[in-house]
Ligand binder design. Structure first.
Ligand SMILES: Nc1ncnc2c1ncn2[C@@H]1O[C@H](COP(=O)(O)OP(=O)(O)OP(=O)(O)O)[C@@H](O)[C@H]1O
Length: 598
């Protein structure tokens, strides 16, 4: 029996105290059902020390007949509706096995009980081998006993610590601190220490509620959302975490059943997306499993989960509408969760999206501000594209960086959800977007393009000239995303060498080459665009010295690569070093071809 309980039903012998607390609390409840004027109810625990462990309640007690039926038969319970087989409302027990958990810490269970129904008191003794005996006490002995039940356990030497004061006090607090009856543990000198109290997580006072949240989370919560799900009589609070939980961390919600602790790690009571809150709840309408450490998956549980989700969602909407400062703090910590929520929920998206900040080429702003100021938006699919485009995007048409997690998907939803027109900005369009060189300068510019393209012939980069702001930016490198991918693949091919991967990567590259042969525009995809507004570029166009022009163009190319925040490849670094060396030699008037790099 002990083995069965310990290994298959209960996770730890500690639960014996939970089962005793629960039986005591149910007995008090049953006495009140019989007699509403009965005392409020007390559970007294005398830890084992010099004497034995005693647990006393002033509940309904047991008659000889009840004890024989209920205590001596596994699975018999007075708290179950025998016709429906369901737990009776207001009671915690239902399975008829709880008392047996005491065999995990003691070989013998000794029960003395006097029933509120007026029968003679009884003594019931059961031992772990399955033997039990029961006897009725004399009238005199019955009169000497208070109404209620006392359970005495004699610890096995191995389990002595489990029944001693320190551990018993800890367990009584752990499981029973919020029971709606007085739970007391006897101190060394004989006085009583009360461990039960009103649940802080149901406190009316907000400050008290937040102070308790701080104890639960180890840091002050961003806010406390009160929960009250009437359908399953579930009440409590959801604390908004002030930090982002580690990815993949399981939810850890604390749940009480009829104010008795079920678990501090319930992970299926909240919707999955609500990982940024931690709930502390009391329920009476959900059914526990036999181990009493989680809840049975049922429509009631599903309903509760949905209702909690709705409350958390309503809280977010309320902050977005009425408390922008709280919403900003929330966003700072949980923006990923929030973005994910807007993808699947239109109504939520409609309210929250205007408040969501985005990075644009005209600075950070919210989607609402973007729509108000510019009437619409352009966005990129990647951070890389954004960097290239942002450098030259005109003020009237800012571009949103869609490269962050969920951002591009959110941008695509704006027309449908908020009616804001949105277009995808692509690198290919940038050059078309830029102003052409003035007519008077065209000839000079075309000449410069040809000379500069020759200077960069080894890197395969065509050069164009356009006008754009700011004039301090002399050049831009514009790389078609497909070309960028190809460059990366070539790089990978070089790194990997032959072998299987080299072969696969190589054949993908070949496919692209074939496409390019039939698509002349694609071949032009990587370009260096010189800024005709830059005084440096204009001077360069009038420069007669081909060598200085070539080295300057190569330096501008590397500088433009750096400006687009792309890491330099080995070849780019070689160009930089060589061009710098050459420039130093040239400015020193050094023209000897033998020793230098010229
Ligand atoms: N302290 C007590 N006072 C009065 N009756 C009790 C007491 N403890 C147990 N009983 C009776 O014995 C029955 C069996 O108790 P047990 O703890 O084995 O199961 P349970 O409380 O009914 O259900 P569960 O296994 O879910 O705890 C109870 O239904 C109750 O009627």
């Amino acid at each position: 029996m002990v083995d069965l309980l310990g290994r298959h039903i209960y996770s730890s012998p500690q639960v014996f105290l939970r089962e005793l607390l629960q039986n005591g609390r149910d007995a008090i409840r049953a006495r009140h059902d019989l007699d509403p004027s009965a005392p409020a109810g007390t559970l007294d625990i005398v830890p084992a020390g010099p004497g034995e462990f005693r647990f006393r309640d002033d509940g309904v007690g047991l008659t000889a007949e009840e004890a024989a039926e209920l205590l001596s038969t596994v699975g018999r319970s007075s708290k179950r509706d025998d016709i429906l087989g369901e737990r009776r409302e207001g009671y915690l027990g239902q399975f008829g096995i709880g008392l047996l958990s005491c065999f995990m810490v003691s070989d013998r269970i000794h029960v003395t009980s006097r029933s509120a129904k007026g029968a003679p008191a009884i003594e019931w003794v059961g031992d772990a081998s399955g033997e039990f005996r029961i006897r009725e006490l004399s009238d005199e002995d019955t009169r000497a006993l208070p109404i209620g039940t006392e359970i005495v356990l004699s610890p096995r030497p191995d389990d002595a610590a489990m029944l001693a004061r320190e551990q018993v006090t800890k367990l009584a607090e752990h499981f029973g601190r919020y029971l709606p009856v007085a739970v007391r543990v006897q101190e060394e000198g004989g006085s009583w220490r009360r461990v039960s109290r009103e649940p802080e997580f149901l406190a009316e006072d907000r400050e008290q509620l937040l102070a308790f949240g701080e104890q639960v989370l180890g840091a002050r919560p961003l806010d406390a959302i009160r929960l009250n799900i009437e359908g399953t009589q579930t009440r409590g609070v959801a604390y908004v975490l002030p930090y982002a939980p580690p990815p993949g961390a399981r939810q850890a919600n604390t749940v009480y059943l009829g104010r008795m602790l079920v678990s501090e790690h319930v992970d299926d009571l909240l919707p999955e997306w609500a990982f940024f809150v931690r709930a502390v709840l009391d329920t009476t309408g959900l059914a526990p499993t036999a181990s009493r450490e989680s809840f049975v998956d049922s429509p009631a549980l599903e309903h509760t989960r949905e209702q909690i989700g709705a409350a958390v969602r309503a809280w977010i909407l309320e902050q977005a509408r009425a408390k922008p400062w709280v919403f900003q703090r929330f966003l700072g910590v949980h923006h990923l969760a929030l973005k994910a929520m807007t993808l699947g929920d239109d109504e939520f998206a409609r309210t929250v999206l205007p408040w969501l900040p985005v990075e644009t080429s005209a600075g950070d702003m919210t989607i609402g501000e973007l729509a108000e100021r510019y009437g619409g938006a352009r966005y990129t699919e990647s951070v890389d594209e954004f960097r290239q485009i942002a450098a030259v995007a005109r003020d009237g048409h800012p571009v949103v960086n869609g490269g962050y997690v969920h951002q591009a998907a959110i941008m695509r939803r704006l027309p449908e959800v908020l009616g804001i027109p949105v277009t995808r900005a692509s690198v290919n369009e940038i050059l078309d977007d830029l102003a052409p060189v003035p007519l008077d300068d065209r000839v000079l510019a075309v000449e410069l393009e040809a000379r500069a393209t020759t200077a960069l012939s080894d890197v395969g980069c065509a050069v164009t000239t356009r006008q754009f702001a700011p004039e301090e930016l002399p050049a831009l490198v514009v790389v078609d995303p497909e070309v960028q991918r190809r460059i990366d693949r070539e790089q990978a091919k070089g790194d990997i060498g032959g072998g299987l991967w080299g072969g696969i990567v190589g054949s993908v590259g070949d496919l692209i080459d074939k496409r390019r042969a039939t698509d002349p525009e694609a071949a032009q995809a990587a370009q260096l665009c010189l800024n005709w507004r830059s005084p440096l570029v204009k001077r360069l166009a009038r420069l007669g010295d081909e060598l200085v022009l070539s080295r300057t163009v190569r330096l501008l190319y590397v500088q433009a690569l750096l400006a687009s925040q792309r890491p330099l490849q080995a070849n780019d670094r070689r160009i930089l070093t060589q061009a710098l060396g050459d420039m130093v030699s040239l400015s020193a008037g050094f023209t000897d071809h033998e020793g230098g790099t010229l």
